[in-house]
Design a protein around this ligand. Structure first.
Ligand code: HEM
Length: 380
């Protein structure tokens, strides 16, 4: 999509797509402005919820969560948990994330070839979230199956397949809601430091909202992190930088930020105008849907030098991969830490990754790869 973004940024940075009947917004400054202006652009999505929208239900299939409400309601739904996702608190989870990384890597023991996506980048974030939610070890497989069902996408697109996926998703949601409802009730008054106990003990949220929060963590935090990890290995191997990161010649944290900018896992976000607004000379009307292309903003030459190049060490990185404004990703610091720990341990464990980049099959809705075969050498 990157050539298209460049063309649009230069020629038609705020344009109405007649086919999709939506606006597309490509420049950094414009995307930034829309995300920060929650009085003119709402994050609400559902039909009941937004007089203008005809979209289907909220992704959690139930009550609203923080991601689809505006201030001041947004603050009620996010405030109770914000502190726990700040860098200081997230650092306390690091030893547990390291232990999860070791477990997932141990499962690869003895293999000389594996698919990085299926065998590392998918199971790793799911297991981290299960750990932080305090899902007991014996339920982890079930938990993984539910989260797979929630994120499943059709492969061949036949009507039967789509129906099956929808049914399975619906069932997984119901089972999960039941499971989280039970855990939230059990943990009320408890003193555990897991996110379910945290939600259980807040007075701010209704019981359904607590369950919605737990499901939101799964929906928002898994494929995004899977794609960040995949895009990191993809980019390092493509640029021939894997060894430089292994030896510390290039800083891992800067690599993570540059991957977020260069191959942003979330390429676009939507908002709905609730006021008439002029943007870059175009008149957007209340009720219009706007698509904000984070992936295009993250390569805007007004903001970044040589934006089409992967340069981890050479930029103040103000990328928008985690969004902007009040909905700025709650899990940003967690995702950064996960990526840092995962890269460190992977590169320690294997002195050669040899990703096969010859047949890449990119996914564009959430930007990543379907698979990334690697051939590895284990360090002695
Ligand atoms: C929101 C990206 C990982 C939880 C967002 C938004 C983006 C984003 C762009 C803004 C959505 C909007 O404005 O409409 C990412 C990326 C990730 C990642 C690229 C990984 C590389 C995570 C993780 C978690 C998480 C690990 C949780 C464990 C959330 C939540 C929100 C959010 C709860 C909603 C925040 C709000 O509405 O106030 N994320 N995310 N994300 N993310 Fe992430």
């Amino acid at each position: 999509p990157f050539d298209w973004y460049a063309e649009m940024r230069a020629e038609d940075p705020v344009r109405f797509d007649e086919q999709r009947e939506m606006w597309d917004i490509f420049r950094y400054e414009d995307v930034d402005r829309v995300l920060k202006d929650h009085d003119a652009f709402t994050a609400r999505r559902t039909r009941e919820d937004n007089e203008f929208s005809s979209d289907a239900e909220d992704d959690t299939g139930m009550l609203q969560t923080m991601i689809t409400v505006d201030p001041p309601e947004h603050n009620r739904l996010r405030g109770f948990v914000d502190e726990r996702f700040q860098p200081g608190s997230i650092r306390e989870y690091q030893p547990r994330v390291e232990a999860v990384t070791e477990d997932v890597l141990d499962a690869l023991a003895g293999k000389e070839q594996f698919d990085f996506v299926d065998e590392f980048a998918i199971p790793f974030p799911v297991t981290v979230i299960a750990e932080l939610l305090g899902i007991p070890a014996e339920r982890r497989d079930q938990f993984k199956a539910w989260s797979d069902a929630l994120i499943a996408r059709p492969k061949n697109g036949t009507q039967t397949e789509i129906q099956r996926i929808q049914q399975e998703r619906q069932q997984a949601r119901q089972e999960m809601s039941g499971y989280f409802t039970k855990l939230v009730a059990e943990r009320r008054g408890g003193d555990g430091d897991d996110f379910i106990t945290l939600a259980a003990n807040t007075e701010e949220l209704s019981r359904e909202e607590k369950v919605g929060f737990c499901i939101l963590l799964l929906l928002a935090g898994n494929i995004t992190t899977t794609n960040l990890l995949t895009n990191a290995i993809w980019s390092l191997e493509e640029q021939g930088l894997t060894d430089a990161v292994r030896t510390g010649a290039i800083d891992r944290k800067q690599v993570v930020e540059e991957v977020l900018r260069y191959r942003s896992p979330v390429q676009s976000l939507n908002r709905i105008a609730i006021a008439d607004v002029e943007l870059n000379g175009k008149q957007i009307q209340a009720g219009d849907v706007v698509t904000l292309w984070l992936g295009a903003a993250n390569r805007d030459p007004e903001i970044f030098d040589a934006p089409e190049e992967f340069r981890p060490e050479q930029r103040p990185n103000r990328h928008m991969a985690f969004g902007m404004g009040v909905h700025f990703c709650l899990g940003a610091h967690l995702a950064r830490m996960e990526a840092d720990v995962a890269m460190q341990q992977l590169l320690e464990r294997f002195d050669r990754l040899d990703a096969n980049l010859s047949n890449l099959d990119p996914l564009y809705s959430l930007y990543g790869l379907k698979s990334l075969p690697c051939e590895v050498n284990r360090t002695a």
